[in-house]
Design a protein around this ligand. Structure first.
Ligand code: PMP
Length: 354
């Protein structure tokens, strides 16, 4: 076949997600999934779904789901937007709000999809270095720009900034959209959601893949002023009217209402994280102060890539990034206590062999 089509096509550098190996018999700590199942109410709801209704299109406004979310977040329905995973919400938000002449800003070490969207849409962007402690450098965002996005807690560093620091950035940036991606906020950081009432240019994005244990369902949420949400809706409706399927709308609605279960699994993950951080520090690892469901670690004498390969031979998958500044770090998702004990056992085994 002729290669001519290539000159008419868009050039892309896609995001590379963590491996999703097919084998069941492994310890999967590489994509920050929740080790616990979703709320039992989700299963009960699934059993009662009337499959004949699937011949119809789903509700394009996801009305019930949006109402459940507005109730949970204490905001109006017009301040809530839903998408097919927060990746889709982010993609639409980039398309909707980052379209000026000035460069947008995001940290040099952060969720690598931001780079991918900026390249995909040809958005001018500048990566702002984290400080020496791997924290977001607040003052570096007080310069002219065309928009700002960062995750809080940041990924893969796991470190959070405070709501006061976010407000500091907002005060200096009133005329551009500031997006705070709070994918991991439920694991111990403070949410900036309440600031949407005061700062109409703030968009907060959440995912139901992590703390709600629904990565396979695909639900992402944006919370912001009515003006921002209406614009995001208009862009979504220029792209896909039905991103959330009927089953996902129903299951997510019951999951959101089960606050008690959500709190229980989230605190369990936090408890396991505290234990893992202590044990890894005893083994000489430097462990960032995690407010997420993963830890970001490095060791003064062990090579991260070698340890990553070693663990993989024992079917323990963690995440290694072959990228500047972090190529001697590992990002390890928090699994069950048993999984983390296996991880620690194999790390000790590796260390005795060095
Ligand atoms: N933001 C951050 C910071 C993430 O780590 C992830 C998960 N890879 C996402 C957004 C996307 O999550 P999802 O599309 O599953 O909602």
């Amino acid at each position: 076949m002729s290669e001519g089509w290539k000159s008419h096509s868009r050039k892309v550098t896609p995001y590379v997600p963590g491996e999703q190996p097919k084998s069941q018999n492994l310890i999967k700590l590489n994509t920050n999934e929740n080790p616990y199942p979703p709320s039992p109410k989700v299963e009960a709801c699934l059993r009662n779904i009337d499959v004949s209704r699937l011949r119809l299109y789903p509700d394009p406004q996801a009305t019930e789901l949006t109402a459940a979310l507005s109730n949970y977040y204490g905001v109006e329905c017009e301040q809530v937007f839903v998408g097919n995973g927060s990746d889709e919400v982010l993609a639409l938000a980039f398309l909707a709000f980052f379209n000026g002449d000035k460069e947008i800003l995001f940290p040099n070490i952060t969720y690598s999809f931001y780079d991918v969207y900026a390249e995909l849409y040809d958005i001018k962007h500048r990566k702002v270095p984290l400080n020496e402690q791997f924290e977001i450098d607040i003052n570096a965002y007080k310069v002219e720009n065309g928009g700002i996005i960062f995750s809080n807690p940041n990924a893969p560093t796991s470190i959070a900034i405070s709501v006061e620091q976010i407000e500091d950035i907002l005060k200096a940036n009133r005329d551009v959209v500031v997006i705070v991606d709070e994918a991991y906020v439920d694991f111990g950081a403070e949410s900036a959601v309440d600031l949407i009432h005061q700062y109409h240019n703030l968009l907060v994005i959440h995912t139901y893949s992590k703390s709600r244990a629904l990565a396979g369902l695909r639900l992402g949420v944006a919370i912001g002023s009515k003006e921002l949400i209406a614009h995001l809706e208009a862009v979504k409706n220029s792209f896909n009217s039905y991103p959330i399927d009927m089953i996902a709308q129903e299951l997510a609605t019951v999951a959101i209402q089960d606050v008690e279960y959500f709190k229980r699994i989230t605190s369990k993950v936090i408890q396991t994280r505290t234990y893992v951080m202590t044990e890894l520090r005893k083994l000489g690892f430097t462990v960032a102060d995690s407010k997420t469901n993963f830890v970001f670690v490095t060791h003064p004498t062990l090579l991260a890539k070698d340890l990553f390969e070693f663990l993989k031979t024992y079917q323990i998958y963690v995440r290694y990034f072959d990228k500047p500044f972090i190529d001697n770090h590992l990002r390890i998702s928090i699994g069950t206590d048993e999984e983390m004990d296996q991880l620690l056992k194999h790390i000790r085994m590796y260390m005795t062999r060095q």
